[in-house]
Design a protein around this ligand. Structure first.
Ligand code: ADP
Ligand code: MG
Length: 845
């Protein structure tokens, strides 16, 4: 057979020659150059693989199948003979197969059986620019095999666009071969203004424009099968009008239909494709591209704790690739269904998956392969340490690893082509005698949701299972029996429903040989699914806050709320299978599944007494609590155990509530002021500093042995404070900052101390006749501030200079008050007058 020439042909001899002496080579060429179809046969024919296979790794099932088909076709051999493929659930290869295309995920699982790739001569990573997690993992694994065990193994990394320098550095500065390929100019235009809503009408408009502007076929990029089907429907009228062949291209399409898209037709083709057409599959004759700007890419969805396909905007790099598809054979046109302003907001390129997705599956694969030190594994780009820890923690909870080493269960799980959670679900379902239902649950959780909208409303009694997952399982089983599009639960997308059932059957086949355990008979078929879900989501157990309420608390302390449509109406405990983040507050649980308390694994259930402050009763009390991880599943008040001192707990609670606002009594304030005054005036006393120590410092002593705030209120800080002074110091305080002062009348009058203020002596004028000067304390260093009181006990004068009062002011005061209080003494000469001691009187007399 005479092959049509492709740009890559020119560099194939160079590639073969380079690989003759180099262990690795990077090959860069634009999409459509012929990398996928021509490189593997060239390497086979060169003998570089020896007797081994050439493994061609593709990021997608559709690419693996179509590559194998095309290579077989060009080699004039049946598919599955010299060239074959292996993808999830499907294989066309035999003993004679030399070139085998496979997905990266299948390759990782293959490494379990053939850890040193002994049957392989060359490994080719195709489309490496997509940087899927499995590609990064696989590349690091192959590197290690090559370096440590198989120096003769050849490695080729191919890509359409890539920073090839970094990759070459990683591969010991290996040679880079480039084939530029010829590209024609592509005119790119944007929407004049932002349009929201369904894509189909925009596609029609764009298509009508392109049909007049370009002569060739048109490629339309849409995010998924649903959008493709709807667009195909909407395009019918103009397809008829313009005699167009509207075709679909996506990953799940059967091989023959996929191949039909690639065959040239007399009619003009309009191909509605997912991003498989971005670089994986090249359709000849395209001169027009319509780009929705959307794609479903794998993302870690914290809500379901799984990696799932999620709708999002593509990057600028990807938009450029898509536009380039119009200019392969002639100048082309690309219409982008977004505005030029929006274009500037797109990410420059995709973040590699290894930096953003859940690593549990990869960590399990690596652990089973013998690599447990994920942090220093020879990565092209290391994953975030937190992701590694999270992955290992989850695998531990699933029972897949212990001390980072795989358990027997873990090895079993690693062979199943689903996330470890779902693998665990499958294994548990099989053990409980319900592999089929567990497989359906796993298929529902990993594949496209066949329910058109959230179930609810039309729930009938037979769907009252207290599990949203089980409800869906039952609804799909009903669908399978009746094959009708409507379930009792919610309208079904029959295509997706059938696909889900197919995945179930495929998973089921992989489970064959998993024997039910002996106690399986005892387990009700519904209960088996619920129990298996708990085992798959051990970190997602929640407890309802109040009976029949919708709010609950999740392990780890997060608050969640059950969606209205959830069937889990009463159960105290349930697992949250699908959690939707809604803003900052409580997350919304879309799918939950009830569990029984005694299903919880005993080794994670603990029981004990917590002694804690009850803020309502303002006292420390005991609670006997049973917990699953950190989630309280039952509790009752109990007495404080004798070995627990409630004091520190009380102190912490008081500090928390009052901070430094704990009120000091008058006595306490006065003592504090006296000490401070003396610390300032008489440093030689070396009194301890009690003022600058906050209440926090004294609380533990104050609260020792106490149980309630009321108890503490009855305590005084004075005792605590005084215990920090020596007896001599306390005597000195009494002497130098006395509580009372004797005045000339003989009375002992109280001194008022306030922090930062001079001491105040409030005394009737008549009692201090004879005092010439202001009295002083603190070793004569601090003057007292006199509040000189009239007979009605109101301050007549405030002074710290008594001498000046007598000399300058007293005569006027005497004049004013004499008539008012004639019974009191108002001598002309206060220095020599007899002070008088009289009970207080404010009568006018
Ligand atoms: P690359 O991998 O470099 O992107 P491919 O090897 O996929 O390039 O494709 C090279 C050429 O072979 C393209 O022009 C493509 O259209 C053509 N081709 C590949 N598969 C088929 C097929 N099944 N039918 C028709 N043409 C095909
Ligand atoms: Mg290719």
């Amino acid at each position: 057979m005479k092959l049509n020439p492709l740009p890559i042909d020119a560099i194939l001899p160079q590639l073969v020659q380079t690989l003759g002496h180099a262990a690795c080579t990077v090959l860069r060429a634009p999409p459509g150059a012929g990398k996928t179809t021509r490189v593997p046969p060239a390497l086979l024919d060169s003998g570089l693989a020896g007797a081994g296979q050439i493994v061609l790794l593709e990021p997608r099932r559709v690419a693996a199948r179509s590559a194998a088909a095309r290579i077989s076709f060009e080699r004039g051999a049946p598919l599955g003979a010299e060239t074959g493929y292996r993808v999830r659930f499907e294989s066309r290869a035999g003993a004679a197969t030399r070139i085998i295309a496979m997905t990266q995920g299948v390759f990782l699982r293959m490494l379990h059986d053939d850890p040193f790739l002994e049957r392989v001569g060359v490994v080719i990573f195709d489309e490496f620019h997509e940087r899927q997690l499995d590609a990064d993992v696989g590349l690091a694994m192959v590197r290690r095999v090559q370096r440590e065990f198989r120096p003769e193994l050849k490695l080729v990394v191919m890509s359409a666009t890539l920073d090839t320098a970094g990759l070459s550095d990683y591969l010991d500065h290996c040679p880079v071969i480039e084939s530029s390929g010829r590209m024609h100019p592509v005119a790119v235009s944007y929407l004049p203004r932002h349009v929201s809503g369904p894509i189909a009408p925009l596609v029609i408009e764009a298509l009508e424009q392109l049909l007049t502007e370009t002569p060739g076929d048109v490629l339309v990029f849409l995010p998924g099968v649903g959008e493709i089907r709807r667009a195909a429907e909407a395009l019918r009228p103009i397809a008829a009008q313009h005699d167009l062949a509207v075709m679909q291209l996506y990953g799940d399409l059967p091989l023959d239909q996929q191949q039909r898209v690639l065959v040239p037709l007399a009619q003009r083709k309009v191909v509605l494709a997912t991003n498989v057409a971005e670089t994986s599959i090249t359709i000849d004759g395209v001169t027009g591209v319509v780009d929705s700007g959307l794609a479903r890419t794998l993302r870690f969805e914290p809500g379901v704790g799984l990696n799932r396909l999620e709708l999002g905007r593509i990057s600028q790099a990807s938009a450029e690739q898509r536009a380039g598809r119009a200019g392969r054979t002639a100048p082309g046109t690309c219409l982008r269904l977004w505005t030029a302003a929006e274009q500037r907001l797109l990410a420059a390129e995709e973040v590699p998956e290894i930096l953003r997705v859940d690593l549990a599956a990869a960590a399990l694969q690596l652990a089973c392969w013998g690599e447990t030190e994920l942090a220093d594994f020879g990565w092209l780009q290391s994953p975030p340490p937190a992701s590694i820890e999270q992955a290992i923690a989850l695998l531990g909870q699933l029972g897949a690893v212990v001390d980072r080493r795989p358990t027997e269960l873990g090895r079993l799980m690693a062979r199943l082509p689903v996330h470890p959670r779902l693998a665990r679900l499958l294994v548990e379902g099989a053990r409980l005698g319900q592999p089929r239902r567990a497989a359906l649950a796993a298929a529902l959780l990993s594949e496209r949701d066949p329910f058109r909208r959230a179930p609810g409303g039309r729930r009938t009694s037979q769907h009252r299972s207290a599990s949203d997952v089980l409800d869906r399982v039952t609804a799909l089983e009903d669908f399978e029996r009746r094959a009708g599009p409507d379930s009792d639960l919610a309208p079904l997308d029959t295509g997706a429903a059938r696909a889900t059932l197919r995945v179930r059957d495929q998973l089921l086949r992989l489970l064959e040989g998993e024997e039910p355990s002996r106690d399986a008979q005892a387990c009700d078929p519904d209960e088996a699914v619920l129990r298996a879900l708990l085992v798959a989501y051990p970190d997602r157990v929640a407890r309802r806050r109040e009976p029949a309420g919708r709010r609950a608390l999740l392990v780890g302390g997060r608050g969640v709320r059950l969606a209205d449509e959830s069937a889990v109406g009463e159960a105290d405990l349930f697992v949250c299978v699908d959690i939707e983040e809604v803003g900052q507050g409580e997350a919304l649980v879309r799918q939950a599944s009830a569990i029984e308390r005694d299903w919880l694994p005993a080794d994670r259930v603990t029981s004990g007494v917590d002694v804690q402050f009850d803020s309502q009763r303002e006292r420390v009390i005991g609670w006997r609590r049973t917990r699953y991880a950190d989630l309280v599943i039952s509790e009752a008040p109990t007495s404080i155990p004798p070995d627990v001192d409630p004091g520190p707990i009380l102190a912490a609670a008081i500090l928390d509530r009052f901070g430094d606002g704990w009120p000091l009594s008058e006595d306490e304030s006065a003592f504090l002021a006296r000490v401070e005054l003396l610390r300032g005036a008489m440093p030689e006393l070396e009194l301890p500093d009690i003022a600058s120590r906050l209440i926090a410092a004294w609380l533990p002593e104050l609260c020792a042995g106490q149980v309630s705030v009321a108890d503490v209120r009855k305590q005084s800080l004075l005792g605590v404070w005084k215990s920090h002074f020596t007896a001599l110091q306390l005597q000195a305080i009494d002497r130098h900052a006395p509580e009372r002062l004797q005045v000339p009348s003989g009375s002992f009058v109280a001194l008022r101390y306030e922090l930062g203020k001079p001491p105040i002596l409030a005394v009737r004028i008549q009692e201090v006749f004879g005092w010439r000067q202001t009295p002083r304390i603190a070793g004569q260093r601090v003057r007292v501030l006199l509040h000189l009181l009239a007979p009605n006990m109101r301050p007549q004068q405030i002074t710290d200079d008594l001498e000046s009062f007598w000399t300058n002011t007293y005569s006027q005061v005497r004049k004013d008050l004499r008539r008012q209080y004639p019974k009191h003494a108002w001598p002309e000469d206060p220095w020599t007058a007899q002070p008088e001691h009289r009970p207080r009187s404010n009568r006018r007399s």
